[in-house]
Ligand binder design. Structure first.
Ligand code: AGP
Length: 374
């Protein structure tokens, strides 16, 4: 059942729309919310013998490629916040090129949908040689990364066929949010935050179902952008990863140049590109960075930027002060889970752009689902 297209025209389309279900499967049996006096907690069976070691590590190093790297980047802030352990990021090929430092006291977390990506696998061998505790987060039971790591968490998103990773991405973020909760443990100081994140996880499938209703709106936006050469995506904080991942989807399947930009870097170069022609998506949903994003929008307006702003429901007036812009309104969720909701309109946009531009959705030219060579 998982490997036919059902009523959909393409696997990518089907996999985007099945995210409310794939997220539920990812969380099933792992999130516990008891009666009124029972604590809310997370159970990750595959890690139970290693949590103490992870908590005592010198640092947590996330290692992956492409979308899997972006998912780890999205989860990094909540990992840092709840675990109190420093978290660093490595693109697998770059770690290998540099032969970067990995220590025995490190926990190295390998994130991969297929579990077979050559660069990630070689980075795993390298981390094992250097004595780190190696944790695998994969979507493929029995894959090389699942077999060679010391312990791990299955993503359980179900089989993903489209070369463009969609449902695996959102499930990876959820797995890493649960990892943050598990490492954080049940200290009193972060109890309220932990419970809010758990409640947010329980509500996430419904919020994702809600945001999927933007399908037609994203198709209309795709019609508007179909002939463009380029699309910029500005994000920051939790949603810097959303900007990178949204741009990756657009370039990978719609074959349109697209770049995810850290909004805090805008004045250090990208601002020179802004004019009345280049379309720019700005992610400005509510979180601690909101007022900074309002100011970015004002500066882009001042340069007559052609803006498409993604904001929380009801915030259209708050983000579009003093200029015109197209709005994408999404449900507001717990800040660390907002990347799961925010990527979905961009997945839909990439999908519709690809269909309208007449390219192969599920098998983009030059790409393979699993990159098993270096
Ligand atoms: C995602 O849309 C891409 N196809 C690609 O970036 C992919 O995420 C990357 O090759 C890593 O694959 P993995 O998750 O199977 O290791």
């Amino acid at each position: 059942e998982q490997i036919n297209k059902g009523n959909y025209e393409h696997y990518m389309q089907k996999e985007i729309h099945e995210q409310p279900e794939s997220l539920k499967t990812t969380m099933r049996g792992r999130l516990i919310r008891g009666g009124s006096c029972k604590a809310k907690t997370v159970l990750l069976g595959g890690l139970k013998d290693h949590l103490k070691t992870i908590r005592r590590s010198r640092r947590i190093v996330f290692i992956g490629c492409g979308t899997s790297y972006n998912a780890a980047l999205a989860a990094r802030p909540i990992l840092e916040e709840l675990s109190g352990v420093p978290v660093t990021m490595e693109i697998a090929s770059d770690l290998l090129d540099r032969q970067g430092p990995i220590y025995r006291e490190d926990t190295a977390v390998f994130v991969s949908q297929s579990g077979e990506t050559a660069d990630t696998l070689l980075a795993l061998e390298y981390a094992l040689e250097n004595g780190a505790l190696c944790v695998g987060i994969t979507n493929t039971v029995g894959s090389a990364i699942a077999r060679h790591t010391h312990c791990g968490i299955h993503i359980n998103a179900g089989c993903e066929i489209g070369v463009a990773s969609t449902k695996a991405y959102t499930s990876q973020i959820v797995v890493m949010a649960m990892l943050a909760l598990a490492i954080g443990g049940d200290t009193i100081s972060n109890q309220a935050r932990r419970e809010a994140v758990i409640d947010g996880l329980f509500d996430l499938p419904n919020n994702v179902r809600e945001v999927l209703k933007l399908d037609q709106e994203m198709k209309d936006l795709a019609k508007l952008l179909v002939a463009e050469q380029s699309l910029l995506v500005f994000g920051r904080g939790y949603n810097y990863a959303t900007a990178l991942e949204g741009a990756l989807k657009v370039k990978e399947v719609a074959l349109m140049h697209s770049e995810g930009i850290l909004a805090g870097e805008m004045k250090h170069g990208p601002l020179a590109l802004v004019d009345e022609n280049l379309p720019i998506v700005v992610i400005a949903t509510r979180d601690a960075c909101f007022s900074k994003q309002q100011s970015v929008i004002q500066q882009l307006h001042a340069r007559k930027g052609r803006l498409i702003v993604m904001c929380s429901k009801g915030d259209a007036n708050a983000v579009c002060l003093g200029g015109s812009c197209r709005i994408i309104e999404v449900p507001q969720v717990e800040d660390c889970l907002q990347p799961v909701v925010n990527i979905i309109p961009l997945q839909l946009l990439a999908y519709h752009l690809t269909v309208l531009r007449g390219f192969n959705v599920d098998q983009p030219r030059n790409l393979a689902k699993s990159v098993t060579t270096q």
